[in-house]
Design a protein around this ligand. Structure first.
Ligand code: MN
Length: 218
């Protein structure tokens, strides 16, 4: 396994954005392994949804990107750099890999009264007045994003927390931000479990956020 340097301080992050060194020195992206069992997030996210979302959707993005970058300048480029510089199919598939790697690794089993801890809890209280106010704004931005995309919590260049809506495969690294937390609002993320009730799905996600991981990304 060779690191390709997505520049997060959390060393585990290098793993989830890394290439696998294969024969003939060809670098291939690999589907990340989930850091929990397939049914661990139930009832917030069902085993069936996780199976399709991780095993089919993300897997397709990985296979597509490997096919698209073969023999191009993107082959040796870190994933974050591809997202910042590519367009078309290369951007779409690279963006979706980066987005989903951040998404799937930020969860843990549901916990009653799950709340931010540590430094991120202080920053949220200072910059959004309370976790409740932050949660309301973040969930609303996810619910009102038209079509497919992602809502993100990031840190901007001045060290300020930002909530942004990114359409389709967008990622805040394109703005020069460091992504901390994301909700996927593509229908494939919730339709099996919640059908058209996107706000219900987004409200439920707060039960499974692993705030230790969010703190590691700060
Ligand atoms: Mn997705």
């Amino acid at each position: 396994m060779k690191n390709v340097g997505f520049r997060f301080r959390n060393p585990t992050f290098f793993y989830i954005c890394s290439h696998e060194q294969q024969n003939h020195n060809i670098m291939k992206y690999e589907l990340i392994k989930l850091p929990y069992e397939a049914n661990a997030l139930e009832p917030v996210i069902s085993k069936e949804t996780l199976g399709f979302h991780h095993g089919k959707h993300l897997n397709a993005y990985v296979n597509n990107l490997n096919g698209l970058i073969e023999g191009t300048k993107y082959e040796e480029m870190p994933l974050e750099e591809i997202v910042k510089t590519a367009d078309g199919g290369v951007f779409n598939n690279a963006g979706q890999i980066l987005n989903h790697n951040l998404y799937f690794t930020q969860f843990r089993a549901p916990k009653a009264d799950n709340k931010p801890t540590g430094v991120i809890a202080q920053w949220i209280d200072q910059q959004f007045s309370s976790f409740e106010a932050f949660k309301e704004e973040f969930t609303k931005k996810g619910a009102t994003l038209f079509g497919s995309g992602w809502v993100w919590l990031s840190v901007d260049k001045d060290g300020k927390l930002q909530i942004t809506q990114e359409t389709n495969a967008g990622n805040p690294v394109q703005r020069g931000f460091r992504p901390l937390l994301t909700f996927d609002v593509w229908e494939h993320a919730y339709y099996i479990d919640y059908q058209n009730r996107r706000p219900d799905h987004l409200n439920a996600l707060w039960q499974i956020i692993n705030w230790d991981v969010v703190n590691e990304r700060l």
